[in-house]
Design a binder for this molecule. Structure first.
Ligand SMILES: C[S@@+](CC[C@H](N)C(=O)[O-])C[C@H]1O[C@@H](n2cnc3c(N)ncnc32)[C@H](O)[C@@H]1O
Length: 176
């Protein structure tokens, strides 16, 4: 369920977050934060009145992150990415501006990947994006069912070299 024991490199973090419009970001959600490689870089860029919700199924990671990150904008939730809509609502939001995923899509239980891609599309605001880094291109297949515009990238300076995808939710997708 973890996918990799080596945290993402700073090159992956910087490249993945580069297209984010931080001024327009009220809520940033992360799936599978693990030990929190992306959490501090996201908080460094996030507005002072923004929020970061991270969701992980592993209680050890969630306890660790709650202990390590003392920031009123940060909310670590024990749960599954499949339940993102309920989790976002429970924190007083209707939608997220960006959702970042470090989930191992190719090894998730059957049906979980498509369900997570669908729930992510529903929870995003039009103009928002689903940011995904993966060792395989499996995640892109799930994204393509919902996101018509997907940008792709590649980061060699990561263990293992990593594929990056940005799925943009178009205005006309609002009712999709
Ligand atoms: C590859 S690790 C993430 C690594 C980390 N984000 C990084 O950049 O170094 C994958 C994480 O996904 C979590 N995970 C697996 N299935 C999940 C699910 N359905 N919902 C949320 N988190 C999940 C695992 O517990 C693990 O922390």
């Amino acid at each position: 369920m973890v996918g990799s024991i080596i945290p993402s490199s700073r090159f992956t973090v910087d490249k993945m977050l580069a297209p984010v419009d931080w001024h327009a970001c009220d809520l940033f959600v992360e799936y599978g934060p693990g030990v929190g490689t992306f959490c501090r870089p996201v908080l460094d860029r996030l507005r002072r009145d923004g929020a970061l919700i991270v969701i992980d199924t592993n209680p050890l990671y969630i306890d660790y992150l709650k202990h390590m990150i003392g920031d009123s904008r940060f909310h670590a939730v024990l749960g599954s990415a499949e339940d993102v809509e309920a989790i976002v609502r429970a924190h007083g939001f209707e939608h997220a501006d960006y959702v970042l995923s470090g989930l191992p899509f190719s090894t998730l239980p059957p049906g979980a990947g498509p369900a997570i891609a669908a729930a992510t599309h529903r929870v995003l605001k039009p103009g928002g994006a689903f940011l995904v880094y993966q060792f395989s291109a499996r995640a892109r297949d799930y994204m393509a069912r919902h996101f018509r515009h997907i940008d792709s990238g590649f980061e060699l300076l990561n263990v293992l070299p990593c594929r990056l995808f940005w799925g943009w939710k178009a205005d006309e997708d609002a009712a999709a």
